[in-house]
Ligand binder design. Structure first.
Ligand code: MLT
Length: 315
């Protein structure tokens, strides 16, 4: 699915980039948090960069299909990737990847950081977190847990929750939490741990029930406890999104895209929307190619330890 933002602005002869629309590949389905963030930034960056910015959803295999697409794209700055922690987790979870998660990419900058919220279908029959925990313990695998594929944020959040509670729900994988949320709203699945970015409108519209957030601090705008302070000490799961180009993209082009990203991060429309969605914009220091490069390397190492200790792989 592709959507166009903005119009092509006439380029001066000296400006070699962009020469055609820029595509931001989102490795999850439309309607989910990654998609929401990509479309928000695409709209603003298209104005800053002076050209169309298109969002394309290339979902599948816990995001590795879309990430792999960008790894093989021409390194000219016209194909970008917006990926989140799955870029780090799948590096270990999938032993056979068609790309090198570090070497195949030129980082542009971090985009956002946000927490998950634990939610259920609205008629699940529990109102409070203790009631939800009791139900999960009593009914175990009779309860369905939706997620966005092995290695996705929602999958890992669910694994951490089940591990700490000592319960095993039946996992239902989707190509993103967009379609998973649709099925939660229509009552086809029971429980989901989704990024606040896309869960908040459903919570506010009372289409689903929310219990707790996964950050260590409470989230502004949401009257919910943290899991860490509600019987799961130390529970912490947040999702950062980063923007990447294929390795080999010329430094001046990365510089131009980074400038547009930094300007978008100051755009009042974006800041207001992210505040409404209780999601943090990247700071000045985080919106930096070197910062994102180092962060990706350290996150891959951190998740490798956790995944290797658990000994659970996707392939
Ligand atoms: C996830 O669970 O990793 C995300 O919510 C995926 C998505 O953006 O759909």
């Amino acid at each position: 699915m592709a959507v166009l933002f903005g119009g092509i602005v006439a380029q001066g002869a000296a400006q070699a980039f962009p020469t055609k629309p820029i595509t931001i590949v989102v490795p999850f389905a439309a309607g989910g948090p990654s998609d929401t963030i990509a479309r928000l930034f695409a709209a603003s960056m298209s104005q800053k960069i002076g050209g169309q910015v298109i969002v394309e959803n290339v979902a599948g295999a816990g995001s590795t299909v879309g990430i792999g697409r960008v790894a093989k794209a021409d390194p000219d700055g016209h194909t970008l990737l917006l990926s989140h922690i799955s870029h780090a987790t799948t590096a270990t979870l999938y032993r056979k990847l068609s790309y090198d998660p570090i070497k195949a990419f030129a980082p542009v900058g971090m985009v956002t950081d946000g927490a998950f919220v634990l939610v259920s279908r609205k008629d699940f029959g529990t109102d409070t977190l203790p009631q939800l925990f009791a139900r999960l313990k009593a009914d175990g695998d009779k309860i369905t847990y939706a997620h966005a594929g092995v290695g996705s944020g929602s999958h890992l959040c669910g694994l951490m929750l089940m591990g700490q509670l000592g319960v095993k729900m039946t996992q239902i994988p989707y190509r993103g939490t967009g379609p998973a949320m649709n099925d939660l709203v229509s009552g086809k699945v029971d429980v989901l741990c989704d990024q606040i970015t896309s869960a908040l409108p459903q919570i506010q519209g009372k289409a689903i029930k929310a219990y707790a957030v996964t950050s260590t601090e409470k989230v502004k705008g949401l009257d919910l406890p943290t899991l860490a302070a509600s019987g799961l000490p130390g529970f912490r799961a947040t999702v950062w999104h980063g923007l990447y180009a294929p390795a080999g993209t010329p430094a001046p082009v990365i510089g131009q895209i980074n400038k547009a990203l930094r300007e978008a991060l100051k755009d009042p429309v974006i800041l207001q929307r992210l505040a409404q969605l209780s999601t943090d914009p990247a700071t000045e220091a985080q919106a930096d190619p070197a910062f994102l490069g180092k962060h990706l390397v350290s996150e891959i190492a951190a998740w490798k330890k956790i995944i290797d200790t658990a000994g659970v792989y996707a392939d």
